[in-house]
Design a protein. Sequence first.
Length: 382
Amino acid sequence: MALVTGEFPDPVTIELPLGRTPAFALTAERLDREGDAVVAAMAAVTKDAGDDPDVTHGAVVRATVRLGAPGSGIVFAAGPGVGTVTLPGLPLAIGEPAINPGPRTQITDNLAAAASALGREVGDVVVQVAIDDGEELARHTLNARIGVLGGLSVLGTTGVVVPYSCSAWIDSIRRGIDVARATGQTHVAACTGSTSESVARQALGLPDVALLDMGDFAGAVLKYLRTHPVPRLTIVGGVAKLAKLAQGHLDLHSARSATDHDQLAALAREVGAGERVVTAVREASTVLGAVEVCRDAGVALGDAVAAAARREVVRLLRRADIAVTVVCIDRLGAVVGSAAHVTPPIDAVSGVRGRPCQDGAGGDRSATISGAPDKPQVVPGA
């Protein structure tokens, strides 16, 4: 509107899907002129992510609209702080600015509404989106891993942030799977954190594009893989989180799910623990503590947890043809249990059956990372 009238409405009201019409106060505005003619208009707002844990909370987002080449229509451009697509698998072509289809549609619709209010057509314009410090903020995201370089992505479907939905994280998981598939990866590893990711990288030899930052969102990974499968999936995570997955929890965050120690004790009994050990497992303050009690008694509870988690994963994947391995680690990255679709155990680092797996924390561990059978076995020294 300012490109035509030279005046910025402030606050500016925009149209969102589902009939929402929020108003935003402008953080900055600028007109560029050539003589008396306005050739570009820039307006900026400050993102308020509310209670959602989002690295872009407080970021200044700038949109500049300028006249385009005759016949070009609406063209989108990446300004400073907005990335560019460099890998296949995303909903945008390689070389395109990382402004997703949803935001593009919303911008196009609002341009049309503004032009209609002035009795005009949109015409030929270039829409450049920029984010202050976006390139630095992007270092704290997974953008580089999925091939978005130089800045952040402009995401969204409804234009509304849902508190604690972690929608950006879940969307990055889906895009990570898409990019892995598009680049021909046949094996991906879903990891609960940086330690498990380091274990997966070392032991499996996977490139970064095949590593999924699952975090607590096991359900998001499995539901998407159900309809977008890869031949092989390894889940690597802390034994406490994967014990919750074994018990059917899809959100592994400590505030939203908890391990049932009665079930854990029953699992220990199933794999040979006596009543003294079963009682100790039930009364243990942590899952890792329970695993260590069982280890000292010669009971492979870590493998049993991994096997139960693997069965739950296979159940959730339904009929998807995916070979699943689950690996449980402690806080230092030592493997304390694993279960896989192959047998007998094969060490993922050396390829030699039965050799210890280097844990990256200064010592050997006798548990393997990719070959333990679904039936739990005693793993000495794990």
